[in-house]
Design a protein around this ligand. Structure first.
Ligand code: ARG
Ligand code: ZN
Length: 409
């Protein structure tokens, strides 16, 4: 055990680890409008880190609180008779365990995929490169832009006949850095579509465009420095990073986003201020006439939600969105019974303006637009242990195929 501790300490020393020492995570059980209003207000405090989305329907909400604020926070909950329990007593301890697992997980061969651990961004891009080399008739890569720190945003196009201009299913993942389970879902879809011959027929009528890591700077930062980082890494004047999922130009900077640079839901200096979101904008707009489904993968919550997110109103075609969402949920459920709830974003969650799903539908005109909130994992949420990766990606793949089946028809 000693050598383990030593290695962990060394790994930790190189980054700003131990920064979550004494942080606690509370599971809050709001009841009624008043409680929800209080929580909405609390969402503006940059010191409170909401791990789950703000559910509207009485689902518990998890919040991480630093040691200095815990007394105040608990006092406030008590004063308002909001029920809570402590989900994690010391976040640093849980993170240390995860670091052990990552550190000692076996490495895979360069350019090969595996779903037994969380890959680094360079490994993910190496896998895409390898596929392009091995399957030139099926795969082409397009670097649609660069992250702030200069990492290539490699989008993979999977098509049996690019000249046929088939309808496109667009999938992105990893706009929120800490949601580690999201990129593997995109990677598994890529792996199945390209490397499993049985799935070739899925490409008869449809092309896939997949960007597995939207926010590689943030993603790498969660590996090297701060596990729970969410935003991009472009510095502002007082704090670093923008919430990519508040940075899209559709009702930008309205409800459910923050103008404070230090907030985790900072909407950025202007819409598409981030090179990462701007790259997606350009790509989707270039392909807008063919794009039939926009799907963005997040964690956690076991939800499939559709626009609008900036208002409690629903789009005209909400019945179709609901039906198709339910098909996908049923696909997922059929594997081992994992239940997703399906609904308009604001019927299940609090409003978030400037999000990518709203933009894809409202501005780019992609009729079917969804956010997938994958299951959480472990005792908390952003941290499904490596052995959970495979079951999650396998069941989610069934959901993706259900989406595909609908679009093909
Ligand atoms: N959890 C995600 C976020 O905070 C999305 C929540 C619902 N909003 C949406 N646009 N689907 O960005
Ligand atoms: Zn997210």
């Amino acid at each position: 055990m000693k050598i383990f501790t030593l290695v962990a300490l060394l790994a930790a020393a190189s980054a700003d680890q131990f920064r979550y020492e004494g942080y606690k995570v509370y599971r809050i059980q709001p009841s009624g409008e008043k409680h929800l209003e209080i929580l909405l207000e609390l969402k503006n405090y940059s010191e409170l880190d909401f791990w789950s989305p703000l559910h509207r329907d009485g689902q518990p909400i998890t919040v991480m609180v630093n040691p200095q604020k815990q007394h105040w926070f608990v006092g406030l909950l008590n004063k308002n008779a909001i029920r809570y329990e402590i989900l994690i007593d010391n976040v640093e301890r849980v993170l240390l365990e995860e670091r052990f697992r990552q550190l000692f997980a076996p490495r895979s061969q360069q350019g090969r995929i595996d779903f037994t651990r969380y890959l680094r961004h360079n490994e993910i891009n190496a896998y895409l490169d390898q596929l392009a080399e091995d399957y030139p008739n099926l795969v082409s890569l397009e670097t649609i832009g660069k992250s702030y720190e200069g990492r290539a945003l490699k989008l993979i196009k999977i098509s049996t006949d690019p000249s046929a201009n088939k309808p496109i299913i667009f999938i992105d993942a990893g706009i929120h850095a800490r949601e580690w389970i999201a990129p593997p879902v995109a990677l598994y879809a890529i792996h199945q579509l390209v490397e499993n011959k049985e799935n070739l027929k899925l490409l008869d009528k449809i092309d896939f465009h997949i960007l597995p890591v939207v926010n590689p700077d943030g993603y790498e930062y969660t590996h090297t420095n701060q596990r729970l980082w969410r935003k991009t890494r472009k510095p502002g004047t007082t704090c670093v990073g923008t919430d990519g999922n508040r940075n899209y130009d559709y009702h930008w900077a309205e409800i459910g986003s923050s103008s404070s640079e230090c907030s985790d839901i900072y909407h950025g200096q202007h819409a598409f201020s981030e090179s990462e979101t701007a790259a997606i904008r350009d790509h989707v707009l270039q392909n807008k006439n063919r794009a039939k489904l926009y799907l963005t993968v997040h964690s956690y919550g076991q939800l499939i939600v559709y626009p609008w997110s900036y208002t409690t109103e629903l789009p005209e075609d909400h019945e179709e969105l609901q039906t198709v969402g339910e098909l996908a949920a049923e696909g997922i459920r059929s594997v081992t019974g994992t239940k997703y709830r399906v609904g308009g974003s604001t019927s299940l969650l609090a409003e978030t303006a400037g999000s990518s799903d709203d933009w894809a539908k409202g501005a780019a005109g992609v009729a079917l637009s969804y956010t997938l909130e994958l299951p959480g994992g472990g005792s908390w949420g952003f941290d499904p242990p490596p052995e959970k990766i495979l079951p999650v990606v396998v069941e989610t793949w069934e959901g993706l195929k259900a989406f595909h089946g609908y679009i093909e028809k």
